[in-house]
Design a binder for this molecule. Structure first.
Ligand code: PLP
Length: 383
């Protein structure tokens, strides 16, 4: 079976993990944590990085630090991995789900702009302007663009809307390490960006995340909150409810080695993407995700649309090519049935019903890609 996506561990991972074991620095203190934070922040063009257990908890902390509470709304796209929405629900806030653009599968910004224009009023609270939802009376505190599949929407437009409606931008850039919009890194546009290093991401620590920000004060607070909010180096004095969300040194050690390999892995992903695009462009009714000329995508997980998604999915998995459907849109999940879903044509459902992801490991070989392409072509000879 050619796997969908497996980690690529051919660098110094063994050496650095062994170093942790040999020196006893396996837990929450140790130099790899700082090194990993700095590497990721530096790479993504942000001033500060705060390592945490995974991307989901990073998104939780970013919202707490944006002042999101149970009385607020947070905006997110209707097509994303569940973690984005779970992180919103951890704060008690109510998501507003925005349908996606059927071409690039990112949040539909025209729809977002029009919805906010029609449904919010501006109010001043303690000298600060906010947008309140006219019918729920809740404050819309933050917006979480998700850079779906390592592609990215128009960040200039998104920033304009966020500024006009007083929204903090928290980028769910968990899939988008290495992605650029007009030469600027995904994760460096918002007040916060959050990266994930889960096993299926472009590089991995097994499980891990890094929050990035340019704000020194917020970076300190993020570190504080992810490490039980300990207020004294010596005393067990804690000044608020904190979280044990830290990343341990052994995993950060893997991260440091993975970051060293990252430029090579990114090149491999791009090569894979061009290969699939060139080989599959005239096959059956296959349609690719649109990537704007403003965007240099990290090509995280190759996904395309076809009317025959269900049959192709079964066919590929039966013929040694591991493939997966796309995420069930958030508005279709039981937990979010009561939440606001903004849409005119339910593009989310159309994208979901027709999208399929194919093997995309950074270490995939040319002969494996040839097999994937041949198997897909064989399917379309009868469809
Ligand atoms: C992977 C992912 C996350 C969560 O990251 P974890 O490290 O697995 O917690 C959040 N959002 C999206 C869109 C993801 O793909």
């Amino acid at each position: 079976m050619i796997p969908l996506s497996v980690p690529f561990l051919n660098g110094n991972e063994w050496k650095y993990v062994k170093d942790c074991l040999d020196t006893g620095w396996i837990s929450s203190a140790g130099s790899y944590v700082n090194q990993f934070e700095q590497q990721v922040a530096h790479y993504a063009g942000a001033k500060y990085g705060i390592a945490c257990m995974n991307g989901t908890v990073g998104l939780h902390i970013a919202q707490i630090l944006s002042g999101v509470t149970a009385d607020d709304h947070v905006i997110a796209p209707n097509i994303t991995f569940i973690a984005t929405l779970n992180a919103i629900k951890y704060t008690g806030a109510s998501p507003i789900l925005i349908d996606v653009d059927p071409k690039n599968w990112q949040m539909d910004l025209d729809l977002l702009d029009a919805y906010l224009g029609d449904n919010t009023i501006e109010k001043e609270v303690d000298g600060i302007l906010y947008s309140f939802h006219k019918s729920t009376n809740k404050c819309i505190k933050a917006i979480m663009p998700v850079h779906v599949l390592g592609n990215i929407g128009d960040m200039n437009r998104l920033q304009e809307i966020a500024t006009a409606f007083h929204l903090d931008v928290i980028e769910d850039s968990t899939e988008a390490l290495g992605t650029l919009f007009q030469g600027k890194h995904a994760g460096s546009f918002g007040k916060f960006g959050v990266f994930s290093f889960n096993g299926n991401k472009i590089i991995s620590t097994g499980g891990g995340g890094v929050i990035v920000t340019d704000d020194e004060e917020l970076a300190k607070k993020a570190k504080h909150l992810t490490t039980q909010a300990k207020a004294s180096a010596m005393e067990y004095l804690h000044d608020e409810i904190g979280y044990n969300y830290r990343l341990v040194n052994v995993l950060a050690a893997i991260g440091v080695a993975q970051m060293e390999e990252f430029p090579t892995l990114l090149e491999n992903k791009k090569r894979m993407d061009s290969y699939y695009r060139s080989q599959l462009s005239a096959v059956g009714d296959i349609e690719f995700q649109y990537v704007s000329p403003d965007v240099e995508a990290n090509c995280w997980l190759f996904t395309f649309r076809t009317k025959h998604m269900r049959e192709l999915l079964a066919y590929l998995n039966e013929n040694g090519v591991q493939s997966r459907p796309f995420w069930v849109p958030m508005n279709q999940l039981e937990m979010f049935k009561e939440d606001i879903y903004v849409s005119t044509d339910d593009h989310s459902n159309q994208v979901y019903q027709t999208s399929i992801s194919i093997p995309s490991s950074a270490g995939i070989s040319l002969s494996q890609m040839e097999t994937v392409v041949q198997t897909i072509k064989a399917f379309y000879t009868t469809h």
